[in-house]
Every structure is written in structure tokens, then in C-alpha cells.
Design a protein around this ligand. Sequence first.
Ligand SMILES: *Cc1c(COP(=O)(O)O)cnc(C)c1O
Length: 401
Amino acid sequence: MNDKWRVTKMQAEQMDPYYRDTWVEVNLSAIEQNVRSLSHVYKDQNTAIMAVVKADGYGHGAVPVAKSAIDGGATFLGVAILDEALELREAGMTTPVLVLGRIRPMDARIAAKHHIAVTVFSKEWLVSAKEYLDSSNPLTIHVKCDTGMGRLGITDPKEIKEMVQIIHGSDAFYLEGMFTHFATADELDISYYQEQFQQFQQFINQLEEENISIPLIHCANSAAALRFPKRAFNMVRFGISMYGLSPSPEIKHQLPFPLEPAFQLKTRLAQVKKLEAGKAISYGATYVTEREEWIGTLPIGYADGWIRAHSTNGGTVLVDGEELPFVGRICMDQCMVRLNSSKEEGTIVTLIGHDHGQELSMDSVARRLDTINYEIPCIISKRVPRLYFKDGNLISVKNQI
Ligand SMILES: *Cc1c(COP(=O)(O)O)cnc(C)c1O
């Protein structure tokens, strides 16, 4: 068994105790480096980096990711919902934060109180939110333009004028930003991206016509930030690639610097047994050994986010650098793999990440489930403790149960 890991586990239990042999390793140095690499792309222009840490930092852990991103040069944070912004504030972070989704008008005062900027996409929202605000604590807002994503945002550049009239007619608001979001910036065919960009330009022209100046104009997600830095205005919203993942497999070869993945998922063999031919494995007895086989039981299941499709879609793990298949159905808390030989119980099993020079990448795991890399770390549940490493050393642990 790996002694280095035993030492790490003892340290981890002093930080935030957990008593299971399944864990996520998050390499914070990789996150910091990915942000730093992006800041080099922008070194000759005045473009800020917003680190997008919604959904608990894409499953990595919002607070430690945010801190590492700031160390790497990010100066803004992005989240999806107000509760996520408040989590950052409760952790003592004072960096500007923007909520990218809708908040309720009745919660505007809480956002203002904690200096959290919010996304606005209609006059009606402004009118309702105003009732909950006062001028001693103005709410910072970014106007969202829908240029073709069809999600949140105003669709007509002319709406800007009326919104700005409401905003400037009240000292309850501070207009800090205007932005849009691309639907296809990660595709090889850039025609729709270009249409959206031109549409966004119409909104900007409208501001100029009305003599309205807004400090922050932003449109780029990771894909656009990496591919089209000349069209980034003064902020980019860096999400998936901050975590070291390509926005899509197609554009992987177009990226301006190598991305370093930060997330690994590991467990240990709970039991190893030799079964003779004709023995069934797991619920439904769908897998039957063909010959004498070594079967390893892993203490991870669908309640950890390791969903049943991993076994039905030909999933594998790494054990001592060998790639081995799941057999039988994945259960709520456990699942089984077929080993090539006997292995010591407690041997480390890699579900995502590196093992003895081999790699099971997030992209390969996503492809197997017919989904995108974004989804995989997000669904690894809170039951799996996150261990944070910096420069190869364990620095903190988050166990949320
Ligand atoms: C999630 C999100 C981002 C980040 O996108 P990535 O593709 O992960 O870089 C940027 N902007 C908005 C509005 C988002 O919702």
C-alpha cells in the first residue's frame, strides 16, 4: 500500500475528518497556473479575468478555487445564484462577485448589503427591485443582452435606453457592466459566434448613441477568451478552462497554452475475491463470470455521482496502471471491477486522473457517458471529500457531510 497516501490521509483527518476510502484530489496549483497562463494571453490589453466558480466551482469547491484563481490573477468572481455569492462572502472574500443568473427582486437588498453585483434583463425587474433598495446601499448591476443564446437577456438594443433611464433616475442602482453569452464559441464553425458578436456590437453602438458609458463590457466564456482575445472587451468569464478542461474536444488543438486538469477521483479496493466461472455480480445478476475471475469491490456508487451508465457504457478504472472494466450494475454506494490478477485490498483505484503513468481523462469519461466534461465533476456528490493540494502538498480538506 502507498505509504505517502497513508501520511496524507492522517494529515487530512486532522484538517476535516472523514472515514472513507473514496476522495477527490483538487490540484489548486493547476487552477492558479491556468489563470496565470490566460493572463499572459491578455498581458498587453486591459482585460480583467472573472473566475467562474458557480456550482461549487464546477464541483471542485468554490472557495479554494476562487482563492487560487485570485492568486493566478483573477480580479472578479462569477456565480450562478445568490446563495453561491453569499458563500464566498461568508468565507471572508471581498473580491467583486457577479451573479450570472436571476435573483428575486425581493433579495436585491441582501445582494446590495454584501456588495454582490447582479444580472438584470428587464425594466420590470428594476422597477420591482427598487422597492427593496435604498440609496445608502446601491445595488451594482450588469445588464444582460440576449444575442442568440435565447436564455436571459434583453433582445432589442433599444431597450437599453429605457433601462438606463430607470437606473440613472434612481440612486439605488449602480450600472457597472453589460454582457452577453455565446452559444457556440466552442465549435469549429464560427459563423453563429460571429453573428452573436455582431449583435452584441449593436448593443454597444446603442450605448454610444445614447452617450452612456459602462465600465465593464464582457462577452467571452472560456472558449471565446482562449480563441478570440482581440474581441474580449475589458473582462472575460473564465470557467471550464480554469479547471484545466477544454470547452470542447474540437477546439483542443487551437488552445494558446496547455491546460492543466485539476480534478482526480480516487478510491481503494474494499474487497478482492476470486470467483469461479458462472457467478453473478450485482443487482439483476446481469454479469456472470465466464471463467475464474478476480473481482474487486469499490466503495463508490451512484449516490457519489458515479452513475449507473459508467458500467453499462463500457467504463473503466486504472489499478497499478492497468485499465480494468466495471462489471455488473453500479449500486448506490459500491460497484465492482474485473481485475487481471489478485490485488491487495486497499490498493488505490483511479476513476478520473493519473495512475502509474496512465491517464483516464475527464474528456474520456464524459465521452463514455455521451456528455460534456463540464457535467462530470459537477455531479460528483458532496459525500465525496475534496482534498486540496498546492505545490504537491495537502493544504486543506472539505468534507461536507
Ligand atoms: C457558466 C458561464 C460562463 C463560463 O463558461 P465556460 O464555458 O465554463 O468558460 C460564462 N458566462 C456565463 C453567463 C455562464 O453562465
